[in-house]
Design a binder for this molecule. Structure first.
Ligand SMILES: CC(C)(COP(=O)(O)O)[C@@H](O)C(=O)NCCC(=O)O
Ligand SMILES: [Mn+2]
Length: 903
């Protein structure tokens, strides 16, 4: 917001509610919009806001389910979970939707809770519910569309899921929506009239700061630098975040020194901001929209308009004071000495010249203020930036230039939503301010027609509408992913304050992007306690910011897409509906892949794990809950049939030979991977058993990575030294069928035989042919029929259904068996990010002294470089030639047995 009042701002300044007047007097604060001078303020928590009444709160229905619905019988008011920032040109919405309820009566979970003492994800004292935070924007001039959107989604009636929070359709009479920005005043009556809700105004500065603090603390890849076309995400140390300078570039510009939560001072501002660019640009170029003006700038050459140092010094540098000939001496200065009219200048050149003038000016003032207060970090936000590479480069260049490289500009991915988020945060007691990074998972914006904050068409009611939209998406998608025209480097302003050499291909307007994901709130997720250094832990081994890697892996996914669609459609009975959904899924995934190729950092820092998860998310979005269901069943049955023979063979071996055979067995059985193109080709040529035998016969040591001797020494001792058996081992299992039944279960059995408690860690949701935690108890029960050790341990671990009749009895009963348990990992993809695991896995990890990660996804694509506080064993077959070469300088089907003692 600018320092010189606009019409909207005047509204903001002069129309005050009694509440606000009171707040100012009590808080001793002044109008934070007033001029350049500063005033301190702290975020205010509105007392008029309906609070959650938690008295009598009880879990509704089955208390064993995950994220159970909580009934608040005494809650009478509506709980609004929509907040708005209504600016001069854009309306930004942040709204919350609950996760769909997963009503599974899962006894395993209850047993695990009893055994491991699982807490509900930390120390939260009131019920934050799992759900999603959505970010959406409309043009302010399309207010009616925005109101329709809110109405059709019933966001004004308490978004948390009216089915469970209230029994009757809400009466909106007392409902309030938090809003900030000038429009909160201007459109208050309209909201009352159209939606029957009152707007409760929140102070804009309070909101900006609250929003920025939340993002910087809770979102992992929120802040990034942008220099010469290169985007680099910045790791923010939460304990060293304050103080910083927040520069919000809206119509005008506010510069706020932020010292902590609710502690800030607006130290400066400038009236030359986004409104100036748009206003002057519109007058000078006749452009119809901000984005059009921005697009024009990409084809402009500011040297025709700006007076450069070289123009004054006959093409020479003014090197004595460090100015090169290409430095802009005077923006628009050239026009005074030429006998030309406005029509003689190209709109493209005018737009670029204006953009550079304003961006440099903001960058310079921002730096001077950072200097004034000794601030190291400057974060730029506001919708002026729009992820526009050239704008960011120009601002970065100015900060770099004036600070002589001592300061760096940083940008925020949710740049335009700071105010709306802050308004959202000001609702009391939804628990958001308690959230930590690991509680938030950024997902890809799938919810057509909402795409990256832009709405295309009316909101969608159901899956059918989503598919119809997707069918048309190919058009929209082409528009979305169409490459922005590239400029040859010379045309983007060789004049300059030196030249921010933003690359041609990154000079794109963000107007139609998919940049901002949906934030999933998963309050039960925790950091895996056995990570040696969670701060430096990076799950992904392959960083897709390397263009070659991205291209390769995107191609892998594209190539295997038709086959996956066939499987997914077949898994749903190959009905017409399934075919339509399959088609829509393929379009959605392809659009995302195309988007990533165009803008690799579109979804934040992106690794291979994220890419593979994107595919699974996309399948779920179109209601393909388990595409490999029948394949998994078939392989489980075939493997259980040969298990007794394998166990007999193993039991006849001496200890040392047995351990080697077991590890070989795990590696060999990892070949059953429906995510690997090479393996799928193999399955078309042989039966499960044939492939398994072939794979085992090929297990020649030394493997690609071969730490078997060290593992053997730890397990069985070497020479005179022996170590006690492990106390508890966490076995991160991978695929269904032979992989888990003929590979990991026999290894688990060996550990149990040694007296080690075993926890099988499996996916929470299906992904490819990976086994899930829900499926494992049945598989273990099947295996236990042939083996006393497995039966005793599974009973002791509460895994066998017939042993489930009395949980209390079971827990109290002393058993001679060490337990075999199953926990879910919190994931729905083939890889695992150990910064965000289920609370039951975190609980199981507390007493564990061995971690076994199995499979390519969990031990190679992710965690290959991860280090643990306890011993770790990583076992996988490398089923991709490129990965084998890159990671172990080997070949496809080579194996990895990496043993890393705790250090
Ligand atoms: C998806 C996978 C990680 C699954 O491997 P797993 O974890 O089951 O061993 C792997 O199959 C993979 O990386 N596939 C893509 C590469 C390819 O098809 O060659
Ligand atoms: Mn797998």
């Amino acid at each position: 917001m600018m320092s010189v009042p606009t019409e909207t701002q005047q509204n903001h300044e002069f129309i005050e509610t009694n509440d606000e007047c009171k707040k100012k007097k009590e808080g001793g604060g002044e109008d934070t919009m007033g001029g350049v001078g500063g005033s301190s303020s702290s975020i205010h928590r509105s007392a008029s806001r309906p609070q959650l009444d938690l008295s009598g709160a009880a879990i509704h229905g089955n208390f064993e389910e995950k994220d159970p619905v909580i009934l608040l019988p005494n809650q009478s008011d509506d709980i609004s979970h929509l907040a708005l920032d209504i600016g001069g040109s854009l309306i930004k919405l942040v709204y919350f939707s609950r996760h769909e309820d997963r009503l599974v009566n899962n006894r395993r979970k209850q047993t695990v809770k009893d055994r491991l003492g699982v807490t509900n994800g930390g120390m939260r004292s009131y019920p934050i519910l799992g759900g999603r935070l959505h970010f959406v924007k409309f043009e302010t001039r399309k207010m009616n569309e925005c109101l329709d959107f809110i109405h059709s989604k019933q966001l004004h009636c308490g978004g948390m899921d009216s089915r469970h929070w209230r029994s009757k359709i809400p009466n909106n009479e007392n409902a309030v929506i938090k809003a900030t920005g000038g429009g909160a005043y201007k459109f208050s009556d309209l909201f009352k009239e159209r939606l029957g809700v009152s707007i409760e105004k929140e102070d804009e500065m309070d909101c900006l700061v609250a929003g920025a603090n939340f993002l910087l603390k809770a979102i992992r890849h929120e802040a990034f630098t942008h220099m010469e076309g290169q985007k680099e995400f910045v790791r923010i140390d939460h304990n060293d975040l304050f103080p910083y300078l927040l520069v919000n570039i809206g119509s005008g510009v506010s510069m706020i020194k932020v010292d902590g939560d609710g502690q800030f001072e607006r130290v400066s501002g400038t009236n030359v901001g986004g409104g100036t660019y748009w206003g002057l640009g519109r007058l000078l170029t006749k452009c119809k929209s901000f984005d059009e003006l921005l697009e024009l700038s990409q084809r402009g050459d500011n040297r025709t308009i700006d007076m450069l140092v070289g123009d004054i010094y006959g093409g020479m540098d003014y090197s004595k004071i460090g100015l090169s000939a290409s430095t802009i001496a005077s923006s628009f200065g050239k026009t005074i000495s030429e006998n030309k009219e406005l029509e003689d200048y190209s709109p493209e050149d005018i737009s670029l010249s204006l953009l550079r003038m304003i961006s440099y000016n903001i960058g310079q003032i921002a730096y001077l203020n950072a200097l004034r207060f000794g601030l190291k970090r400057i974060f730029f936000g506001g919708f002026f930036i729009r992820g526009h590479a050239y704008t960011m480069d120009t601002i970065s260049f100015a900060v770099h230039f004036w600070s002589k490289g001592n300061a760096q500009a940083m940008f925020l991915r949710h740049e335009g939503f700071l105010g709306a988020l802050g308004a959202f945060m000001s609702y009391e007691k939804h628990g958001l301010d308690d959230l930590k990074v690991h509680h938030l998972v950024e997902r890809f914006p799938m919810g057509a027609p909402y795409v990256g904050g832009n709405i295309h068409g009316p909101p969608l009611g159901d899956l059918n509408e989503k598919i119809s939209w997707m069918e048309k998406f190919i058009l929209k998608g082409t528009e979305i992913t169409a490459p922005v025209p590239m400029d040859s480097p010379g045309t983007t302003g060789l004049g300059g304050f030196e030249v921010p050499s933003s690359k041609g291909d990154s000079l794109r307007s963000d107007a139609s992007n998919l940049n901002v994901g949906v934030l999933h709130l998963e309050p039960t997720l925790e950091v895996f306690p056995l990570l040696r250094d969670p701060k430096t832990y990076e799950p992904n081994t392959i960083d897709l910011s390397d263009p070659g890697e991205l291209e390769y892996w995107v191609k892998v996914l594209s190539d295997t897409l038709p086959d996956l669609v066939d499987k997914a459609v077949a898994s749903e009975g190959a009905t017409d509906d399934a075919k339509r959904r399959g088609d829509a899924f393929a379009r959605a995934l392809s659009a995302h892949l195309a988007r990533l190729i165009e803008e690799p950092a579109a979804y934040g820092k992106f690794g291979l794990a994220n890419l593979l998860e994107l595919r699974e998310d996309c399948l779920r979005e179109f209601h393909f809950s388990d595409a490999y269901r029948s394949i998994k069943q078939r392989e489980n049955e075939a493997s259980l049939a040969v298990l007794p023979d394998l166990l007999l063979e193993l039991d006849s071996m001496p200890e040392e030979r047995r351990l080697l055979t077991l590890i070989e067995g795990v590696l060999a059985a990892n070949i059953f991977d429906w995510g690997s193109r090479a393996c799928v080709d193999l399955y078309n040529k042989g039966t499960i058993i044939e492939i398994y035998r072939m794979s085992r016969n090929k297990m020649q040591r030394p493997w690609g990575v071969d730490d078997f001797d060290a593992l053997n020494a730890r397990m069985l001792g070497s020479g005179t030294s022996t170590s006690p058996p492990y106390k508890r081992a966490l076995l991160f299992v991978d695929n269904s069928g032979a992989d888990v039944i003929l590979g990991m279960l026999p290894l688990a059995r060996e550990l149990l035989r040694c007296g080690t408690e075993v926890v099988l860690v499996a996916n929470s949701l299906p992904a490819l042919n990976d086994v899930t935690a829900m499926e494992l108890p049945d598989i273990v029960a099947g295996a236990a029929k042939h083996c006393d050790i497995l039966r005793g341990a599974a009973e002791a671990g509460g895994l066998l259904v017939d042993a489930m009749s009395s949980i209390d009895d079971r827990c109290n009963k002393s058993s001679s068996w060490v337990p075999l348990m199953v926990v879910e990992n919190g994931c729905g993809g083939p890889c695992i990010d150990l910064r965000q695991v289920s609370s039951e896995l975190a609980a199981a990890a507390k007493d564990a002294d061995l971690v076994v990660l199995e499979g390519m996804g969990r031990s190679l694509h992710t965690n290959f470089n991860g280090r643990f506080r306890c011993d770790a064993l990583k076992l996988a077959m490398v089923k991709n030639q490129r990965l084998a070469e890159k990671l172990i300088q080997g070949n496809i089907y080579d194996c990895v047995c990496r043993f890393e003692p705790a250090s």
